[in-house]
Design a protein around this ligand. Structure first.
Ligand SMILES: Nc1ncnc2c1ncn2[C@@H]1O[C@H](COP(=O)(O)OP(=O)(O)OP(=O)(O)O)[C@@H](O)[C@H]1O
Length: 389
């Protein structure tokens, strides 16, 4: 086995594998979110910024790195403000495990497509206005408002009675969930794309409006024209009644209708790209076989000095500490928190000279670093009673 491979196996710890796994998962979630929600240009900008940062680190570009250090907080705040709704949406999806799960691709049952088709055609003929929302993968909660929970088995008579013009619940949309009528009288967001509405009114604007902000499918029946329109993925299309069943079946199947059993969805390529990128980052920033030595001046602290006592001068307050280890381990060290911490035990009356080994009282040093030298090796102090002033 080549020397560097052996070295690699010797040096890689469980923590490093965990490190790579966590960063891979973060990258995976971010990439999927960028692909699903953010625009292509935003994705390109994000990738560009990461590449630029890598170059700045690689070539030691002082000014660019400085700009990143100061700019990153501003960028982060701007990002959170601009994309707050998308971030909330991402968390909603994460909470619903939708990054990893998808609905069954088996599509809706014949009962659902059959009943919907029959109802829509009947209402179109009778010029009864109707609006039906069929959710796909995206959670709808933040897009829709109001409504009355019904949770009833879908059936032709029920749909017809809901949309009957004299029915109190005919206003608004019906929401189908898991092949049941979940809610009626739901208020949908209105589209502002007047040109796509082709003279239709608010029912069709509502259908298009919801289809613009999520992947739900919305079917509208026009009271005025007796047409059936499907709104999906930000587009609207009038469908011929004879083709409605096929269109519904195809759209629901392609869109992974949120009604069947869920099963895991893995974006294999994205996962591989995430793991490869995380591993590359680890090799670039974390893996370093060179052992280096660094010396720090760290404070000596005295804890629990008994009341009424004080440490007499000369009182050592700093120690000079030389550590050795791989460079990444030094990145885990926060010199400001490293300290020689000495516990002063309560003592009996009279002057005492407590003494400690400095090294065994070192605090906040990463375990990957070893102590080469510490000066003073021993701390000896004298305690005296505070003089009354
Ligand atoms: N934001 C909304 N969410 C859900 N339903 C809505 C919304 N706005 C309007 N509607 C429904 O649309 C009906 C009004 O339809 P309107 O005639 O204005 O639109 P339209 O697109 O011309 O439809 P139609 O062709 O059936 O006349 C309302 O009675 C209500 O049921």
């Amino acid at each position: 086995m080549p020397q560097y491979v052996r070295e690699l196996f010797e040096r890689v710890r469980f923590a490093d594998l965990l490190d790579v796994a966590i960063v891979s998962m973060l990258l995976y979630v971010v990439i999927i979110w960028l692909r699903q929600k953010a625009s292509r240009s935003l994705g390109i900008v994000a990738v560009g910024l990461v590449v630029l940062f890598g170059l700045a680190q690689w070539f030691d570009l002082y000014l660019t790195t400085l700009a990143y250090q100061y700019g990153s907080i501003a960028i982060l705040i701007t990002f959170v403000v601009i994309f707050q709704s998308d971030i909330r949406y991402g968390f909603e999806k994460l909470a619903a495990s939708q990054f990893f799960l998808r609905s069954s691709v088996s599509g809706p049952s014949e009962n659902l497509t059959g009943t919907l088709t029959e109802a829509m055609i009947f209402m179109a003929r009778q010029r009864i206005g109707a609006l039906v929302v069929i959710p796909m993968r995206d959670p709808l909660g933040r897009h829709i408002q109001g409504g009355v929970d019904v949770d009833a088995k879908i059936s032709l008579p029920l749909l017809l009675s809901i949309f009957h013009p004299k029915s109190p619940g005919h206003d608004g949309a019906v929401l189908i969930e898991r092949e049941r009528i979940a809610t009626l009288g739901v208020h949908l967001p209105l589209s502002r794309q007047v040109e796509k509405l082709q003279g239709s009114g608010t029912r069709h604007a509502a259908a298009l409006g919801l289809a613009e902000c999520c992947d739900a499918m919305v079917v509208a029946v026009s009271e005025e024209r007796g047409t059936i329109t499907i709104a999906k993925d930000g587009e609207m299309q009038v469908v011929d009644p004879t083709q409605l069943a096929d269109r519904l079946r195809a759209s629901l199947k392609d869109g992974h209708f949120a009604g069947g059993k869920r099963r895991p969805r893995y974006h294999g390529v994205t996962l591989l790209v995430s793991i490869a990128t995380a591993t590359m980052l680890w090799f670039t920033f974390a893996y370093n076989t060179d052992t280096i030595q660094r010396t720090f001046v760290i404070p000596i602290e005295y804890r629990n000095v008994p009341e009424g006592w004080e440490i007499a001068e000369p009182k050592p307050t700093f120690a000079e500490l030389t550590l050795s280890g791989p460079e990444p381990a030094f990145n885990l060290l926060k010199p400001a928190s490293a300290v020689v911490s000495l516990e002063v035990k309560p003592i009996a009356k009279g002057t005492r000279f407590p003494q400690w080994e400095s090294e065994s009282n070192l605090k906040n040093i990463p375990s990957e670093l070893s102590v080469e030298q510490i000066e003073p090796r021993q701390v000896i102090v004298s305690l005296r009673e505070k003089s009354e002033q």
